[in-house]
Every structure is written in structure tokens, then in C-alpha cells.
Design a protein around this ligand. Structure first.
Ligand code: AP5
Ligand code: MG
Ligand code: ZN
Length: 215
């Protein structure tokens, strides 16, 4: 099953992908997570990505496509994967089609989590992430039981781009560069939209409903 999880910043892509990873035992491929890992490691890629991320801009297509190409060629992707936050431009979508052609694969479904812009800033500003295992919380919508991660006891942190000003820029970038992909994948006939304003478990149930209707 080759899935693509789409949606604006803060829509719940990462939250839902993490749940589906456990259910289907296929890897989540989040370009945002890959860039943040590179920033932590202090690589050249990390330096370039950090400048873009902190400004709320996209990392250049050629860089992003390169890391996804390498990642999809790994063995753990042979039985499927969940792309989270890639593609984000028409150029990236065209590149993905080519990469999948080379691997003899096709996207099974494009799942777009729809959340109106007015909800998204609150979601990002209240997000907390575990430094150790990456589990994602929200101070209001999905609070941890204490000050540390429920899963592993790790320290929780806030992403550098999860402030109101950067989030506004990220939403503008989404409208200008990523929203056109909705029409792109509608034309391909594999598109499904899910209402992301519902509780997390209900969003998961709707996603699963779309996926079981495939068989
Ligand atoms: P990336 O890390 O992909 O960020 P994003 O797309 O902005 O999306 P987020 O991770 O912010 O949101 P999400 O949808 O995963 O939401 P989550 O589940 O965490 O990208 C960051 C940057 O990297 C980009 O700006 C760019 O610079 C660069 N980049 C990445 N990919 C790129 C690409 N392809 N090309 C170029 N550049 C790229 O949920 C958010 C919060 O809401 C959490 O607190 C969560 O607990 C809460 N929540 C989740 N679901 C619900 C719900 N149903 N109800 C209430 N709260 C909920
Ligand atoms: Mg995410
Ligand atoms: Zn943790």
C-alpha cells in the first residue's frame, strides 16, 4: 500500500501517519522529520534546510526530491509506505511519479486531511514533541499526562517553526505551492478528503474507512 498523506501545516498528517504505521507495518516517510534530523546532526543538508524551515519556506525541490528518491529505494519500502509532507509542489509530484515508475510502483491513495486555516495556528503553537521518540502532543487537544512523554518519559519540546509568525508564512506557502496538488491528484482518480476537525480517533476511523473501501 503506497499512501500519500496530504494536508496543510498542523492538519494532523504526522499524528495519523504514526497510527497507520503501527496498523499496517509500513514506514512513514516525513520529509520534515528527515530535515529536522539533518539539522540535529549538523550536516550541510541540515544547515540549508534549517534556513528554509525557520523562514517557513520550502526546501528547494532538487534537494527534497533527492532525499526521497534515496529513501524510497530502501528495502523497508518494498511492501508500502506512507509519504507525509511530500510532495508539496507540482514539480515534486511529477518527480514522485517518475521515481515510482522506476520502482514499478503506483500510489494507492492520496489522503487529504482537511482543516480550515483558522484552526491551524492554534494546533501548531500548542504542539509538543518528544525529543526521544517523536511522539506528538498538544497542550489542549492531546495533552501528555505529565511534563514528559507518556510513551517513553522523554523530554518534550516545541518546534522552532511552531510560532504564529512562521506558521502564517507556512500557510501562505501551502496555499500558493501545495494546494494545486489537490486538483493534480483528483485528476489521477486516487484522491480522498477526510474532515480533520474531528477528534484524532475519528479521523483515523475515517481514513481506515477510505482504505478498506479499496478492496
Ligand atoms: P513538516 O514537518 O512537514 O511540517 P508541516 O507540513 O508544516 O506539517 P506539520 O508537521 O506542522 O503538521 P502535521 O500535519 O504533521 O500535524 P501533526 O500531526 O503534528 O515540514 C516542516 C518544514 O520542512 C516545511 O515548512 C519546509 O520548510 C520543510 N519541508 C518539509 N517537507 C518539504 C517538502 N516536501 N518540500 C520542501 N520543503 C519541505 O498535528 C499538529 C498538532 O495538532 C499536534 O499538536 C497534534 O497533537 C494536534 N492534532 C492532530 N490531530 C488533531 C485533531 N484531530 N484534533 C485536534 N488536534 C489535533
Ligand atoms: Mg508533521
Ligand atoms: Zn517519547
Amino acid at each position: 500500500m503506497q499512501l500519500l498523506m496530504m494536508g496543510p501545516p498542523g492538519a494532523g498528517k504526522g499524528t495519523q501517519a504514526a497510527i497507520l504505521v503501527k496498523k499496517f507495518s509500513i514506514p512513514q516517510i516525513s520529509t520534515g522529520d528527515m530535515f529536522r534530523a539533518a539539522v540535529r546532526e549538523g550536516t550541510e543538508l541540515g544547515k540549508q534546510a534549517k534556513a528554509c524551515m525557520d523562514a517557513g519556506r520550502l526546501v528547494p525541490d532538487e534537494v527534497t526530491v533527492g532525499i526521497v528518491r534515496e529513501r524510497l529505494a530502501k528495502e523497508d519500502c518494498a511492501n508500502g509506505f506512507i509519504l507525509d509532507g511530500f510532495p508539496r509542489t507540482v514539480e515534486q509530484a511529477d518527480a514522485l511519479t517518475k521515481i515510482l515508475d522506476e520502482l514499478n510502483l503506483k500510489l494507492t491513495r492520496v489522503l487529504n486531511i482537511h482543516v480550515p486555516a483558522e484552526d491551524l495556528i492554534e494546533r501548531a503553537v500548542g504542539r509538543r514533541i518528544c525529543k526521544n521518540c517523536g511522539a506528538t502532543y498538544h497542550v489542549k487537544f492531546h495533552p501528555p499526562k505529565g511534563d514528559t512523554c507518556d510513551e517513553c518519559g522523554g523530554e518534550l519540546y516545541q518546534r522552532a517553526d511552531d510560532n504564529e509568525a512562521t506558521m502564517k508564512k507556512r500557510l501562505d506557502v501551502y496555499e500558493a505551492q501545495t494546494r494545486p496538488l489537490v486538483e493534480y491528484y483528483k485528476r489521477a482518480g486516487i484522491y480522498a478528503e477526510i474532515d480533520g476537525r474531528q477528534p484524532i480517533a475519528k479521523v483515523t476511523a475515517d481514513l481506515e474507512g477510505v482504505l478498506t473501501s479499496l478492496h
